[in-house]
Design a protein around this ligand. Structure first.
Ligand code: GUN
Ligand code: FE
Length: 428
């Protein structure tokens, strides 16, 4: 069963190869959940004469956004006043995360969180649960019901946190393995081994995380790295034998192509070098880095080339919207004397982030056969945006206005695996 959406269509074949159809059609298959074809309306209509076409005016159709670092249990932590990282964790985050021992609370929050992502046009995420394995079961059940492609994991933490939020070496390993067996590769769900960060794991637990990765090839790894100066000093105190912060993770076998390190704001040259050599990735979280006062990521100033994705980091981050996140990324780059182009921003939110998660064989653009996750963006969602878009003369200007001014109001529809799962009209 084919569906066809007509509007402007933008996707990327590669980093520097955008494909743009000013009057385009995207054809998807709701039975298979995949992309059938994309192209200029005229040529698609000639190819598929029977097609029932839905027309979207003043719309830009692009691949669903991908968020490479976000905490679903921090929905209620967003906008917590006054602290930087370590106090923010102790005073706000840990108390909220304790509630996820209750599976009903976890399920309700997972449903809200996924609806919020879809409302903002994000269709895939690399997501932290809490220490409680049932928080991850609840999350995957909710994601499975929507058929979204999500990567999630149970937080491993066995020190420097309240007792009620700590696991131990054996339980963290057994619970993670059981979740991998239950969920990794089930439908569209994927698992990430999730040591919170070096401060909250003993050396023995980090070793267990490394064993989980060695035992389960293709499973992801997510953690935090070099976000805040007090955090870095504490890591050096806890692991005096290690060369630097990243070396803690390196020592326990946590680096690699499936590994995403959130933040990496204050890295030393040697850390860039090891990230680069191992194909590990950094997730740039601009709204979080600004909100928590962590620092300005030098996106364009790397001594060794490291893959960087973009992420919201809700609830340290302040918005579910990848458009808002790119708007802040642009401003962080401005302060570092670097220009983030509007096309680069759209590439990063879609194919770039898919590549960073090694999902670009499945997601990130409209190549025929890929999973049909996409978003219909309304270029004139508000009076101001309508007025401003009316004087945009080029695709770059249009994209830039959308990035800087856009948010959830700009998302008209979100589709997952060929099915419409969010419509702004129906939500209102
Ligand atoms: N470092 C360790 N845990 C967290 C977290 O929950 N959020 C952020 N932003 N940084 C962290
Ligand atoms: Fe985070």
């Amino acid at each position: 069963n084919y569906q066809a959406q007509r509007g402007s269509v933008l996707h990327f074949l590669d980093q520097h190869s955008p494909e743009y159809f000013a009057d385009g059609i995207l054809v998807t298959d709701s039975d298979k959940g995949t992309v059938v074809a994309v192209g200029e309306a005229e040529s698609i209509l000639a190819q598929f004469p029977q097609l029932q076409v839905t027309e979207h005016s003043q719309a830009l159709i692009c691949p669903g956004f991908i968020d490479t670092h976000i905490h679903y249990p921090q929905v209620d932590v967003i906008a917590s006043y006054g602290e930087q990282l370590l106090d923010w964790l102790n005073n706000y985050t840990f108390p909220h995360e304790s509630k996820f021992a209750d599976e009903a609370h976890a399920s309700e929050t997972a449903d809200f969180f996924l609806r919020e992502l879809l409302k903002n046009g994000s269709t895939t995420g690399l997501v932290f649960g809490t220490v409680h394995p049932q928080s991850v079961d609840a999350f995957f059940r909710a994601s499975e019901a929507l058929n979204t492609r999500m990567i999630c994991g149970k937080v491993m933490m066995d020190r420097n946190a309240p007792d009620f939020l700590c696991d131990d070496v054996a339980s963290s390993k057994n619970d993670s393995q059981a979740l991998i067996d239950r969920w990794h590769g089930k439908g569209r769900q994927l698992y990430a081994v999730t040591p919170r960060f070096a401060i909250t794991s003993t050396p023995e637990q980090l070793a267990a995380a490394g064993e989980l990765l060695a035992d389960n090839p293709g499973v992801y790894m997510q953690t935090h790295l070099s976000e805040n100066l007090d955090e870095i000093a504490f890591v050096k105190e806890l692991f005096p034998q290690r060369k630097n912060y990243l070396d803690v993770y390196d020592h326990y076998g946590l680096l690699g192509e499936y590994s995403t390190f959130a933040h990496g704001v204050h890295l030393e040259d040697g850390e860039y070098q090891r990230l680069s050599e191992t194909g590990s990735k950094i997730a740039f979280c601009p709204t979080s880095n600004l909100f928590l006062g962590s620092g300005l990521l030098p996106l364009d100033d790397q001594p060794f080339p490291v893959g960087v994705s973009v992420a919201t980091d809700v609830g340290g981050g302040t918005s579910f919207s990848m458009l808002q996140t790119m708007s802040e990324a642009y401003k962080v780059c401005q302060l570092r004397g670097h220009r983030l182009s509007p096309q680069q921003a759209f590439y990063m939110m879609t194919l770039g982030n898919a590549k960073s998660l090694k999902l670009d064989d499945k997601l990130g653009n409209f190549t025929a056969g890929k999973e049909a996750d996409f978003v219909v963006l309304d270029l004139a969602a508000t009076e101001l945006m309508q007025r401003r878009q009316a004087i945009c003369n080029t695709l770059d200007e249009t994209l830039f206005c959308l990035t800087i001014l856009g948010d959830d109001r700009s998302v008209a529809e979100t589709w997952v695996a060929g099915k419409k799962v969010y419509s702004k009209d129906e939500a209102n």
